[in-house]
Every structure is written in structure tokens, then in C-alpha cells.
Design a protein around this ligand. Structure first.
Ligand code: VGL
Ligand code: ZN
Length: 204
């Protein structure tokens, strides 16, 4: 059996200077690079929205970033325009060792539904194909680093556990949006309760 390192959304828009910047988001890059050689496979997800994605506050009249709306029957937080396909903001962050990435997973491509997890969209209506890929490669262990702890990292880790993978989140290789103070701490508790192992890079 094999183990995979999954890099979640280490993209320009999530690091300082980007459209949805996560504090110290760039600090995850060296942690991710240092871990790559310890895994059989490296997969990277990219948040990959079409222009005018419905998770963007700009697409809704009289709504602001951070507002909650209902989108296709699901609660949706509104974000600034970010990670638009083929733009610099959607590219991998500078310094990330992209040559070692074996497979790239695009998510958030459907304009009407957001996708925080690298396995499924938020309603689990569509899969990204990652589970099939990992099962075909004989992977049973998943290790996750990237952005953001309280959104895409959390939902990817919860899905990985529910799909039967032994799942570890390397916390010093992650940073969070922290829209409300305490969101990252809550995400860690939620992940632990679901059976996710929370660890540190030096222990991997
Ligand atoms: C993310 C908000 C919106 C993430 C993506 O990668 O955590 N967060 N789109
Ligand atoms: Zn997004």
C-alpha cells in the first residue's frame, strides 16, 4: 500500500498579496517541499473557478464578502473573486516544488456550487475523481498540508477519513482564513473527533 501527500490550494490568491490572502499562507511552501520526498505520490489541488462563480460576492446584488446566502439549496459564504481559471491568482505559489507533483486536481469548476474538498463538491453531487485515482494507485494513507485549515483542508480531511483513508493533517503545514476568531481551533477539534490524526512536519 502507498501513501500520498495532498497539497491543498497552495495558490497565489491564498497567500499574502492575493485576493483571499491567508495570514502567513506562504509559510506552508517550505513545509510542503520538505515533505514531498517522504511520500509515494504527491497530489495538488487547485481551486479553479470560472469567471463569475456564484461563490463570489461580486455576483450578488447588495451582498458583501463574508455574507451568507443560499445557493442551490446550500448555505454559501460569499468570497472575493479568487482563483479564476487561467489567472495568476490561480497559479501555484512561488517556490512550490511543482516538478514533484504527480497529479493536479481542479475543484470549484461548476459555477453554481462551491467545492471546499478535493474529493467532492459541497453537496457531494460530483466527485473530482481523486478517490478513484488514489484507490487505483493502492493508496491507503493520506497526509494533508495547505490552505486553508478552516475550509479546504478541513473538508478534504473529513472526506478522506469517510472514504476510508488513514488521514493525517500536518498542522504547521497549514494556515487558516479565520473569518471568525477561533475557526481554526474549531476545525482542528472537528477533524480530531472525526478520526483525523493531527501532527507536525518533524514527526512525519
Ligand atoms: C477556499 C474559500 C473559498 C480554500 C477556497 O481553499 O480554503 N476557501 N475557496
Ligand atoms: Zn474558492
Amino acid at each position: 500500500m502507498k501513501k500520498v501527500l495532498i497539497l491543498i490550494d497552495i495558490q497565489n490568491d491564498f497567500i499574502p498579496g492575493g485576493a483571499l490572502a491567508v495570514t502567513d499562507g506562504d509559510k506552508v511552501v517550505p513545509v510542503a517541499n520538505a515533505l514531498m520526498d517522504k511520500y509515494d505520490l504527491v497530489v495538488a489541488s487547485q481551486d479553479w473557478h470560472p469567471v463569475g462563480h456564484k461563490s463570489f460576492a461580486s455576483q450578488h446584488e447588495c451582498k458583501n464578502i463574508g455574507d451568507l446566502i443560499e445557493l442551490d439549496g446550500l448555505q454559501q459564504i460569499l468570497w472575493p473573486d479568487h482563483c479564476v481559471q487561467q489567472t495568476g491568482g490561480a497559479e501555484f505559489a512561488a517556490g512550490l516544488d511543482v516538478d514533484k507533483i504527480n497529479k493536479i486536481i481542479h475543484k470549484g469548476t461548476d459555477p453554481n456550487i462551491d467545492s471546499y474538498s478535493c474529493f467532492f463538491d459541497n453537496a457531494r453531487r460530483k466527485s473530482t475523481g481523486l478517490d478513484d485515482y488514489l484507490k487505483a494507485q493502492d493508496v491507503d494513507e493520506v497526509c494533508i498540508v495547505g490552505l486553508a485549515t478552516d475550509y479546504c483542508v478541513k473538508f478534504s480531511a473529513l472526506d478522506a477519513v469517510s472514504l476510508g483513508y488513514q488521514t493525517t493533517v500536518v498542522l504547521d503545514g497549514c494556515r487558516g482564513v479565520e473569518l471568525s476568531p477561533g475557526d481554526c481551533e474549531k476545525a482542528v477539534i472537528e477533524m480530531k473527533e472525526a478520526g483525523v490524526i493531527i501532527s507536525q512536519a518533524q514527526r512525519m
